[in-house]
Structure formats: structure tokens, C-alpha cells
Design a protein around this ligand. Structure first.
Ligand SMILES: Nc1ncnc2c1ncn2[C@@H]1O[C@H](COP(=O)(O)OP(=O)(O)OP(=O)(O)O)[C@@H](O)[C@H]1O
Length: 249
């Protein structure tokens, strides 16, 4: 029997370059990682994610997904929740259940129908994101935090091995942020989904993440997040005298 290496690389970037925005970036994300990308506004975080997902072509370097040159089937194993997407449906009269169903339909052939097992998959995704009671609610009736959960449930119906989220907590209050990250961590631990997210909330997540990528055009650091408390790299990253301050809350 061949034992699968639990810690194999699922995303690898080597000497990646895109215009002047991403310069010579090399890093790896391993199966099971719960990793954050941090950096200043305009530092290239969203661009890096789009390069990983093949949404924009890079100029030079390499990206591998699951150890291989990216293919469509590898990309289908990645769930992506983009920045601000939860605002898109604000005035559209569509229910939570219907939005999550769209995630499944996107991966079905043209004339395939939603069957009973699809409905169970949708229900399970709603339960995982703790929004089963909102199933019939209209998207326009939800808070920003609830909408973000809906968008993650929509990604979960395709059973992703990796979940990539671009600033999932923009405009959400502190307690909702904490609850949200607890749910994400649950997905990482219980569902064994590798998670990579862009955030400005380093203080909220620093104890849980096992890797942080500090990006400001180049990758300034890729390491254990606890080292960043006393790191000169925070100053370098944000271009100001920056410190992480521990707060008992
Ligand atoms: N396809 C593109 N072609 C050229 N320039 C781009 C492209 N996409 C983004 N940019 C530019 O690259 C820079 C980095 O943008 P990006 O959105 O990646 O930053 P970010 O770190 O995610 O910022 P924020 O924290 O504000 O969301 C910006 O100056 C942006 O205008």
C-alpha cells in the first residue's frame, strides 16, 4: 500500500512575475495548511490569488497545483470566494438556497437536473456554514457576514480540496469576524480543506494560522505567524513602524 504524504504541496509558486506587481515570488502551500496572505493595500495580494487561479496569465515563473502543471480538473478542486462578491446580489430577489444551488449548477452539464443527492449536498453545505435556518431568506435580507457564509457554502457544494478567500471579512464587526474565522478553522480541521485567505485581520487569526505570506510586490516572508509579533518584516511590509500588540481579548 502506498501511503499518501499528508503534507504534500497543493500550491507551489516559483519565481513568479507579473508586470511590476508581483516580483520573483516563491512559496508553497501544503495540504492541510490554514494560511493567510497579508500586506498593504495595492501590495499585490489579490493579483497573486488571481495568478494562482489562472484568471490572469503571469509573465514568467511557474505555478503548480497538486504537484502538477494546472489543469481544469485541478482548478475544479479549488473553491474561490472573491473580494466583495457577497455584495453583488444585494438587490436581486434570490434565496440563500438558490445561490448555493448555483454553485452546483456551474459544474453540471447543460441539461443535467438537480436531483435528491444534490439537494442533500446543498443542505450539508448550509449546515457546515451554520446558515440552515436562513435557507429560504432572500440574499437582500442578510447581513454582510451572513452573505459571506452563503458564498462559502456555494463554494463548498463542489467539495473543494482548497478554499481561497479574498478578504472575506471586509466590513464585518469584530465578534462576527471571530465567529467567522472559527467556522473557517472548523472547515480546515474537520473537513480537511486547505485554506488560504487574504486578510487585514492578522490580530484575530494569528494564533490559528500555521503560515503567513507577507506580500508587498515581493514576498517579504513566508513563515510561522507567531514570529511576526517581533518581526522587522512588519515595518518592511507596511513601510511604517508597525508592531503586533497582544490584547487579552
Ligand atoms: N490585471 C492587472 N493589470 C495591471 N495592473 C493590475 C492588474 N490587477 C491589479 N493591478 C494593479 O496591481 C496593484 C495591486 O493590486 P491588488 O488588487 O493585487 O492589491 P491588493 O494587495 O489585493 O490590495 P487591497 O488590499 O487594496 O485589496 C494595484 O496597483 C492594481 O491597480
Amino acid at each position: 500500500m502506498v501511503l499518501k504524504n499528508f503534507k504534500d504541496n497543493v500550491i507551489e509558486a516559483k519565481n513568479l512575475n507579473f508586470k511590476t506587481i508581483i516580483q520573483n515570488v516563491t512559496f508553497e502551500i501544503r495540504r492541510g495548511d490554514y494560511a493567510a496572505i497579508i500586506g498593504p493595500n495595492g501590495g499585490g495580494k489579490s493579483t497573486l490569488v488571481k495568478l494562482i487561479l489562472g484568471l490572469i496569465p503571469y509573465d514568467s515563473g511557474t505555478i503548480k497545483l497538486f504537484g502538477k502543471t494546472p489543469t481544469l480538473s485541478a482548478l475544479k478542486k479549488i473553491g474561490y470566494v472573491s473580494q466583495g462578491i457577497s455584495k453583488l446580489d444585494e438587490n436581486f430577489p434570490i434565496s440563500v438556497h438558490e445561490v448555493v444551488k448555483l454553485g452546483l449548477i456551474a459544474n453540471k452539464s447543460l441539461f443535467a437536473r438537480i436531483n435528491r443527492s444534490d439537494l442533500e449536498i446543498i443542505d450539508r453545505a448550509l449546515i457546515k456554514m451554520n446558515i440552515e435556518d436562513l435557507k429560504d431568506a432572500k440574499i437582500s435580507e442578510l447581513s454582510g457576514g451572513q452573505r459571506q457564509r452563503v458564498m462559502i457554502a456555494k463554494a463548498l457544494v463542489n467539495n473543494p480540496q482548497i478554499l481561497i478567500l479574498d478578504e472575506p471579512n471586509t466590513g464585518v464587526d469584530k465578534q462576527s469576524q471571530i465567529n467567522f474565522y472559527a467556522l473557517l478553522k472548523d472547515l480546515n480541521v474537520k473537513e480537511n480543506i486547505t485554506i488560504l485567505f487574504i486578510t487585514h485581520d492578522l490580530g484575530v487569526i494569528v494564533d490559528d494560522i500555521n503560515k503567513v505570506l507577507c506580500i508587498n510586490q515581493t514576498l517579504l516572508a513566508c513563515h510561522d505567524p507567531r514570529q511576526i509579533y517581533h518581526s522587522e518584516q512588519l515595518n518592511q511590509l507596511y513601510g511604517v513602524d508597525a508592531h503586533m500588540v497582544c490584547h487579552h481579548h
